[in-house]
Design a protein around this ligand. Structure first.
Ligand SMILES: C[S@@+](CC[C@H](N)C(=O)[O-])C[C@H]1O[C@@H](n2cnc3c(N)ncnc32)[C@H](O)[C@@H]1O
Length: 407
């Protein structure tokens, strides 16, 4: 497959540069980089994917779940044949599933009744389910599971996200599959692959609008049908499809030269990770929406760390916040980015729309970059951004996307 051919994305992602990846690649090549490309805000890796197999990449993002997607697709190692892993994974999966089904027998029965009843019954079931966001019993259980070194540890989705983002039955399946993967794929290459497919399966069935800031509630017959449809999907069946889709991209040689990091972009630019790098590509967030809020379900599933969590949305309390998404701080974040990369003597390629938060803060990005670099060129093209309905707005917003090449 050629690098720019469509590769299935593991999760739907706001602000993905999939549509712009070919232009970004051209901009990167215009500075003839003599080392790897660092993708500082790599998200789900649309640009890294477009750079294969010709330019080695170091992906980086503040959200840790993105790193397992990157490792599974872009990094080194030979996978075991899935046919060899499948029987033992399925066995472990069924073991834990049966255990959890027995433990949650009565709530599963109530869920089954609610799914067949009128929309109000389903809405009431969803509102009253005792998850960690509202129930002290669930929080107490989460504290116990967090330190368990037995199978009891595998109950996170059921305690955090059931009867909302997933049905109770699906949450049990998600926990059971995580247990099976942790037990049967301890080698890192297989574990990354399976966990990436597990997250992608969760994304596929999730009762949410693409991002996970909140789940879809039931307020009438139409939403009842949507929730029923989402909740009827079987995690195991979707997982076995995603395992096949989650291919290793590029060539083995290309993957051997790649790396994946999980750090604040403003910290990593002064670290060893940039030693010998040929060019920095930056695609910072451009709205006041913090990605950690919109993708918290994946983050908590991936980390499986039973975080403190409150409210109906069940957000983790330690969400990462970035100055790039704060109007009063966005200018200093850009200044730090430009001066940090400039200090390393590395060219910078940056994509940012004309209606980004920086312009709302009254700052001209071209002027800002020109004050740090001797040469800045700009290429613009119109584009519709996918917002996935963030901030309750439209699904698509028209904008001009700018690519700045600074050297
Ligand atoms: C516009 S998206 C990038 C999309 C990516 N280019 C793609 O095609 O998938 C911005 C990304 O920056 C990440 N992010 C936000 N602030 C960050 C920071 N200070 N350091 C590192 N990553 C950050 C977000 O988690 C998000 O994935």
């Amino acid at each position: 497959m050629s690098a720019l051919e469509a590769v299935a994305m593991p999760v739907r992602y706001m602000g993905t540069k999939r549509y712009l990846a070919a232009d970004v690649r051209t901009a990167i090549e215009s500075v003839t980089p003599s080392g790897s490309v660092v993708d500082l805000f790599s998200g789900i890796g649309a640009v890294a994917s477009a750079l294969s197999p010709d330019h080695h990449v170091i992906t980086n993002d503040a959200l840790s779940f993105t790193t397992v997607l990157a490792r599974a697709r872009f990094c080194r190692g030979r996978r075991t044949e899935f046919a060899h892993l499948l029987p033992s994974i399925r066995l472990r999966y069924r073991e834990r599933e049966q255990e959890l089904e027995t433990a949650h027998e009565s709530v599963l029965a109530r869920e089954s009744v609610a799914l067949k009843a009128d929309w109000k019954t389903l809405a009431t079931f969803m509102a009253n389910y005792p998850h960690v966001g509202i129930s002290s019993d669930a929080r107490c259980m989460a504290r116990i599971c967090a330190v368990a070194d037995t199978r009891e540890k595998y109950s996170l989705a059921t305690l955090y996200f059931a009867a909302g983002y997933f049905s109770v039955r699906q949450s049990i399946q998600i926990d059971s599959l995580r247990y099976a993967i942790d037990q049967e794929a301890p080698c890192s290459v297989d574990w990354d692959w399976m966990i990436a497919a597990w997250l992608s399966a969760a994304a596929t069935v999730m009762n949410a609008p693409g991002h996970t800031a909140q789940y879809l509630r039931v307020s009438g017959e139409l939403s009842q049908t949507r929730v029923r449809r989402a909740w009827s999907r079987d995690i195991w069946a979707v997982f076995t499809d995603r395992i096949i889709d989650m291919t290793q991209e590029g060539t083995q040689k290309w993957r051997e030269g790649n790396m994946s990091c999980n750090a604040d972009a403003l910290k990593i630019i002064s670290s060893d990770a940039l030693d010998g790098v040929g060019v920095v590509y930056a695609d910072p967030p451009y709205t006041k929406d913090h990605y950690s809020r919109y993708y918290h379900v994946y983050e908590t599933l991936y980390r499986y760390d039973y975080p403190a969590s409150t409210g109906a949305g069940r957000y983790r309390n330690d969400r990462f916040v970035t100055d790039f998404s704060v109007k009063t701080k966005v200018q200093s974040a850009f200044e730090a980015l430009a001066s940090g990369v400039r200090a390393r003597g590395i060219p910078l390629v940056l994509s940012y729309p004309d209606n980004g938060l920086l312009s709302l803060a009254g700052v001209n990005l071209l002027d800002l970059l020109t004050s740090h670099f001797t040469s800045v060129t700009l290429k613009s093209r119109p584009h519709s951004h996918s917002t996935l309905g963030a901030s309750g707005g439209e699904q698509k917003k028209r904008a001009v996307e700018n690519i700045y090449v600074c050297s």
